[in-house]
Write a protein that binds this ligand. Structure first.
Ligand code: FES
Length: 164
């Protein structure tokens, strides 16, 4: 948890820092480990349950490790009527996971959200923070396979983030 301790050293021990600290931990670790929540609660001198409440409330935070690539499929109404369910089925079948799960090789996590704020461009998928509009199941499949190919060619950059 050295990285978490370094994050805490940079932040004031004030409860108002909670979300910023959790964002830093999410960035560095790819999720919010339980032990990190304990350290944050001690640093801010707030109940652990408060840290857990915030960490579990916001979609930006994951309580379990995510894959190196995060695929977010919008299942909001506008995207839903334009084919989002077909896209979701395609990517889940391709990767062999359920929504919220990570592939066994740790490469991909698939998540669903209710709206990404780009309804006119739907269906929308976000891959590693990049928005892809007017998506189809075929386009999404191609995109995921391209990422998988890239990972095969350049495994060096595919090291998992580890928080110690
Ligand atoms: S419903 Fe998909 S972006 Fe709004």
């Amino acid at each position: 948890m050295d990285i978490v301790l370094q994050i805490l050293e940079r932040r004031e021990p004030a409860p108002r820092e909670l979300v910023e600290i959790l964002l830093d931990i999410q960035d560095e670790c790819g999720h919010i480990p339980q032990v990190a929540m304990v350290l944050v609660a001690e640093h801010l001198q707030i109940p652990l349950i408060e840290v857990f409440r915030v960490a579990s409330f916001y979609k930006a935070f994951a309580l379990t490790p995510r894959g190196r690539h995060l695929i977010t499929v919008c299942m909001g109404t506008a995207c839903h009527v334009r084919g989002a369910p077909r896209m979701l089925d395609e990517v889940l079948g391709l990767l062999g996971v359920e929504p919220g799960q990570t592939t066994e090789d740790g490469l991909f996590t698939v998540e669903c959200v209710n709206c990404l704020g780009a309804c006119a461009l739907g269906p929308v998928v976000v891959l590693d923070g990049e928005y892809h509009d007017h998506m189809t199941a075929a386009k999404l499949r191609k995109l995921v396979l391209a990422v998988r190919e890239t990972e095969k060619e350049a495994p060096a950059h595919a090291e998992a983030r580890v928080c110690r």
